[in-house]
Design a protein around this ligand. Structure first.
Ligand SMILES: Cc1cc2nc3c(=O)[nH]c(=O)nc-3n(C[C@H](O)[C@H](O)[C@H](O)COP(=O)(O)OP(=O)(O)OC[C@H]3O[C@@H](n4cnc5c(N)ncnc54)[C@H](O)[C@@H]3O)c2cc1C
Length: 504
């Protein structure tokens, strides 16, 4: 008899949340993580005592009564998080290369309209319509409101509408159209693909409320991990799963890279569905299903400069910056290779020791995997495998750093003078540290042309193998949390689980 009711592959947010839910419900769970640090994209790293987030720069929906706040109460972490609320009137600030203005996204629906109407008074009514329609779209996804619903989770209305077309159908001012789409690097917005519902669910959560984690998002991992252990759950790091083995139609065990076998009654994969299929030894899975999962396109990746700032050189800013060189915010994702960078985002972490000054800054710009493909067969994974990628790779990173800093210097002229040291990451970094396919930022890319193709069910063709994580419904803290509710709902009943969450 197996010791574990549920073995979870990967300790990303979705894996940890699933482990918490099921261990709280009496299941004996084991989480297996390949890295030393748990948490996947919740991980932080430290350079010169400055803390950097790898994948959580800000979180929405955390005010009292809002969806993520309620979920985090259920996970037993809400009152322990060290958070700072971002600027109420401008938590995201959008700018363009040909325009000295900054356009602010504000918290609160009325305030959102109010702040932008100052700059676009002739579009006040249209802004009001936009914000109402965004809420209307979100209402079609009851699980995001933590509402019990026996209907399918996926509302078909709004799925095949383009985010870009939706905005331009309501807003006539082309600058305002771009301003409203201006935080789209949060979901790798692509005018030719991104569905309206992705835009709506993401922007809505931040308009409701926006917070940064003081000293980084890894606190979410630490707190949930503690609670999983208190529920009797087990977590192992340095435990890389290499094979998922099926016999007589069910998964019997997984095999770790070092050859160890671990048996279980059920298995949840928190890693990319395509990678899961590649690991699965089974004749029960039809090639059509396997190939569909493997063939799905992933979001683009990024080049990231993490800067340790000289002491007291740069005042902390309580907002994010999204900059575009051109007015078109929906095509920057295709800028690649010699075309150079078309824009960037700046996130400034809040540290408990910095006071009014910032310790660090992260600059993110799109980069496709193809740009680093020539080094694609070198791996730098934790802990055992570290290939040197060679001098040319270092030169490439240096060149891209200078290019990106040149662009940033147009907006922040003294940027080079505040830098103490720099660490860079490329699509290869995200591929190796998180196991993200092609370093893709947010997993499987959604497409309004064929929306149902990009929805992944938590159940698979094998009755005791399940998926969770950002590839299920949506990425981001809220999207992944909703995904964990879907996955664990299969075990304990979704409405039962929602009642528990709502009563927390
Ligand atoms: C640059 C960036 C910025 C972001 N900013 C934000 C933000 O500001 N706000 C927000 O809400 N969201 C943000 N996101 C998205 C968010 O971080 C992710 O959607 C979310 O954390 C993904 O969680 P997950 O459960 O899918 O697991 P992942 O984070 O993908 O973790 C998967 C885990 O599985 C492990 N693993 C992989 N292979 C194996 C194996 N073979 N055996 C064992 N373990 C394995 C990995 O090491 C990892 O720990 C950002 C993402 C990125 C990349």
């Amino acid at each position: 008899m197996s010791k574990y009711d549920v073995v979870i592959i990967g300790s990303g947010l979705g894996g940890l949340e699933s482990a918490y839910i099921l261990s709280k419900e009496g299941y004996k769970v084991l989480v297996l993580e390949k890295n030393r640090q748990l948490g996947g994209s919740l991980q932080i790293f430290v350079r010169d005592k400055a803390i950097f987030d790898t994948g959580i720069h800000y979180i929405g929906g955390l005010d009292d009564g809002q969806n993520l706040n309620q979920c985090f109460k259920y996970f037993g972490i809400m009152d322990k998080l060290n958070l700072i609320k971002m600027d109420m009137n401008g938590f995201d600030r959008i700018s363009f290369g040909d325009d000295s203005n900054e356009y602010w996204h504000a918290q609160g629906y009325d305030n959102f309209v109010e702040q932008l109407a100052k700059q676009f008074p002739h579009q006040r009514q249209e802004l009001q319509t936009y914000i109402e329609r965004i809420q209307d779209v979100c209402n079609y996804f009851p699980l995001y409101q933590l509402k019990e619903d026996d209907a399918p989770i996926i509302a078909t209305k709004h799925l095949d509408v383009s985010a870009k077309d939706f905005i331009s159908s309501i807003i006539s001012d082309t600058r305002l159209q771009s301003v409203l789409g201006g935080s789209n690097p949060l979901y790798a917005g692509d005018g030719s693909k991104t569905p309206l519902y992705v835009h709506a669910l993401v922007v809505n959560t931040y308009i409701e409320s926006s917070y940064k984690c003081i000293d980084g998002g890894a606190q979410i991992e630490r707190l949930i991990t503690k609670n999983i252990k208190a529920n009797g759950g087990e977590i192992r790091n340095y435990a890389e799963v290499a094979k998922i083995v099926e016999k007589d139609g069910v998964v019997t065990h997984i095999e770790l890279k070092d050859g160890e076998h671990i048996e279980g009654k059920n298995f949840i994969s928190n890693i990319h569905p395509a990678t899961t299929m590649e690991m699965l030894e089974s004749s029960k899975i039809k090639n059509a299903y396997r190939n569909r999962l493997i063939g799905l396109e992933n979001c683009t990746s990024a080049f990231i400069i993490d800067i340790v700032l000289k002491p007291k050189s740069f005042k902390y800013i309580n907002y994010n910056m999204y900059h575009f060189e051109r007015n078109d915010v929906w095509t920057g994702i295709h800028y690649t290779g010699e075309m150079g960078f078309d824009g960037y985002c700046i996130f400034v972490p809040k540290s408990s020791r910095g006071g009014e000054y910032a310790d660090s800054m992260t600059i993110l710009a799109y980069m496709k995997f193809e740009q680093v493909k020539e080094w694609g067969d070198t791996y730098s994974t934790i802990p055992k495998h570290r290939d040197s990628r060679g001098e040319q790779y270092e030169e490439f990173k240096q060149r891209k750093t200078e290019e990106l800093l040149d662009l940033v210097a147009k907006k922040i002229p003294n940027i080079r003078s505040v830098i103490q040291s720099v660490t860079t990451s490329t699509p290869l970094t995200y591929r190796d540290y998180i196991g993200a396919k092609d370093g893709g930022l947010y997993g499987i890319a959604k497409d309004f042309h064929d929306p149902l193709r990009t929805f992944i069910s938590p159940t698979t063709k094998i009755p005791n193998l399940f998926f969770t994580g950002q590839n299920l419904n949506m990425h981001g803290v809220l999207g992944v949390t909703v995904g964990a509710i879907r996955t664990c709902g299969v075990f304990v009943g979704q409405n039962y689980l929602l009642r528990k969450i709502n009563n927390s």
